[in-house]
Design a binder for this molecule. Sequence first.
Ligand SMILES: Cc1cc2nc3c(=O)[nH]c(=O)nc-3n(C[C@H](O)[C@H](O)[C@H](O)COP(=O)(O)OP(=O)(O)OC[C@H]3O[C@@H](n4cnc5c(N)ncnc54)[C@H](O)[C@@H]3O)c2cc1C
Length: 383
Amino acid sequence: MRIAIVGAGLGGVTAATGLHLTGHDVTLYERAPDLRETGTGIVVMPNGLAALDSLGLGAPLREHAAPTTQGGLRDRAGRPLLVTDAAKAQERYGQTIVVDRAVLHRTLRERLPADCIRTGVAVGGLAEEPGRVLVDGVDDADADAVVVADGIGSRLRARLFPAHPGTERTGRLDLRGTLGTIPGVEDLLTAILIDRHSGAMFGLFPMGPGGLYWFTDTPMPATVPEPEQAREQVAELMADWHPAVPAVLRATAVADVHVDPITRLAKPLATYATGRICLLGDAAHGMTPDLGQGASQAFEDAAALVEHLEGATPAEAAERLGRYDAERRPRANRLMAASSRQSRLTTRTGPAAWLRDTLLRATPPALAARQLAAIWLTRGQHR
Ligand SMILES: Cc1cc2nc3c(=O)[nH]c(=O)nc-3n(C[C@H](O)[C@H](O)[C@H](O)COP(=O)(O)OP(=O)(O)OC[C@H]3O[C@@H](n4cnc5c(N)ncnc54)[C@H](O)[C@@H]3O)c2cc1C
């Protein structure tokens, strides 16, 4: 089939590579002048890695990534709150890795021939006609099927589903950064610290050889600050946390700090497919980053799409995309809701947060691991 993919983020490049490798005639459109992914590190959970494995893309990625055990929560001094037997969950469901975003993007698109890629092309709209889809904004372009992977702010989603309310801000600000490792951090690696006084959060992971990746999640100030100001404000807020926290923040070069107001879809979509067009990645299910599942869900989308389109003829496009929607929508919409719930839980303050901490301390590690496992179920396990 001739398949057009709109958007070359992590989801778009994965789908494009997978569809190309299974024999489809793929064109990937990206509005930016070149292909790249900016913005620090990323955690790829076992289910995301399993999806990449099914596309033959997991092995090359592991060469560049740091394996990690993720799970559990601590207080701002670094004392355990929720102890998760994450190692056991990983034994059953597989590895979690932390990788540089640019390296991840490059690895995912390595096997996609250059003549499949059109950069500097902003697709303005899609028009479905009998037997094909016209791709607006590109001279005479059409396709048997179109994959919309233009991110959380998707303009094409807004055109396809005009009644959908789009995105909303959550009132939280996320900072992410990378740096070379510094002394005194060993204790906090793979830890997520939450604080019942400020409702702020900090996470630290090893990334590649000798590197660190961190993130913070804090209440949103009145305006979105520049990276330098944001780093300073957060370091100030966390000045009396475990000493490694302000040290890591202040040791990060401003150029390596990324600032994002957290947004999510205001409402789940009623379908991920309409006729010969489907949505994938954040365009379909933009969620808060609290479960670290955004990209992993995009990888599951890509793996499902490749499988459901395998051997399809152009006449079968709509029916096959319907199968993709039936598989992907329930799980990804469930994880969108679970991410928002996790955000509400970890950012509480006051008596509700005190109660939360008491309950977290009383949770047995095996139970905590079981909750993680439900998220990490791979496609093969949850279908
Ligand atoms: C702070 C933060 C931390 C996160 N941490 C994690 C994590 O640890 N693990 C994880 O799994 N996920 C994480 N995520 C989520 C993850 O980054 C996203 O889910 C993922 O990058 C989405 O990829 P995508 O391809 O769907 O969209 P995007 O990466 O947004 O890509 C969309 C692409 O479409 C292009 N485009 C847009 N419109 C057009 C058009 N009209 N024509 C052509 N091209 C167009 C854009 O230029 C862009 O390249 C995090 C997100 C945030 C905000």
